[in-house]
Design a protein around this ligand. Structure first.
Ligand SMILES: [Zn+2]
Length: 304
């Protein structure tokens, strides 16, 4: 999920457009945070927005993503119920508001926000969605990541725990990181993957590209085994087999649409051809989602 109309926040609500819960107003009071124990003092938290991973060390906590601002207090309470230790780091997997909305609420408690540097740039500048043109306003300085990296890997540590943060260039966005906790065999993918068995948004207007999403799945298949617990951006806990299945969908999508792009077909011509009809039956929630996926893949090859 990515397209957030922040203007509605003033009224205490937020409108989620272009998502599974499109046009639905969220009643934050009704959202509950569900905690799942993944073993080795590592947890998955679900509420509304991107899934959260929590890793507890001997002197502090590392968390991955933080959902929407109105949920910050509930998320803090859910983490307190796991451990009284302070949250030292929050890693942002990408800039979308359903993963970074709570940044400033956590930063004011002394949590260091860690992310790829493009997240800092995009949050500071504000963004526009490639499919809809919907604009997201710039975020205040307190919401920006304070510790950033530009490529390769970064290690984030608290006592006894280590998070390996890896950048994948141009995937769901241009600032994606995936996070691996080797000691718990837990992999957090961010929105480069969902486990709802649905097409995943590729935010081509902000550097997204299906080829990067494929590269990420290749890297995960190398790092994971059949016991790996995969915390995806959206949807239930996944396994390595889910990554492999998702990768096949990406691969077919890329191959067919890239061929049509190379033949010189326009975006609308490719949409009319419906080259993924067999996949749509399984992966498209509805007709609009099928069209959006074609447009997202097509535009992966047209990015500036
Ligand atoms: Zn996203």
């Amino acid at each position: 999920m990515s397209r957030i109309a922040w203007a509605a926040l003033a009224a205490g609500t937020v409108l989620l457009a272009g998502t599974a819960i499109a046009q639905q107003q969220v009643d934050w009071d009704k959202i509950q945070i569900k905690t799942t124990d993944l073993g080795n003092k590592t947890y998955m938290l679900e509420g509304q927005g991107g899934n959260i991973t929590v890793a507890v060390g001997t002197d502090g906590i590392i968390m991955v993503d933080g959902q929407f601002a109105p949920l910050s207090d509930k998320i803090k309470a859910a983490i307190k119920a796991i451990s009284p230790l302070p949250i030292k780091y929050m890693i942002n997997t990408h800039f979308h508001g359903d993963h970074t909305g709570g940044n400033d609420n956590f930063a004011k408690d002394g949590v260091t926000i860690v992310a790829h540097d493009n997240i800092r740039l995009r949050l500071a500048a504000g963004t526009a969605n490639g499919l809809t043109g919907a604009k997201t306003a710039p975020r205040p300085a307190e919401a920006l990541p304070k510790q950033t990296y530009v490529g390769g890997q970064l290690t984030v540590e608290v006592g006894g725990r280590k998070a390996t943060v890896t950048h994948v260039a141009n995937a769901h966005t241009d600032g994606d990181s995936w996070v691996y906790f080797a000691d718990a065999n837990v992999l957090a993918t961010g929105d480069v993957m969902n486990n709802n068995k649905r097409y995943q948004n590729i935010d081509f207007g902000n550097g997204g590209d299906i080829r990067g999403m494929l590269r990420a799945t290749d890297a995960w298949l190398r790092v994971s085994n059949d016991n790996t617990k995969v915390v995806v951006g959206h949807g239930p806990l996944a396994k390595r087999a889910d990554i492999a299945e998702y990768r096949e969908m990406l691969l077919t999508s890329r191959d067919r649409i890239e061929r049509l792009v190379r033949e010189g077909k326009t975006e609308d011509q490719i949409v009319a051809l419906r080259p993924l009809k067999d996949l749509d039956a399984k992966w498209a929630a509805n007709d609009q989602a099928a069209v959006n996926h074609i447009r997202n893949v097509y535009n992966s090859f047209k990015r500036l």
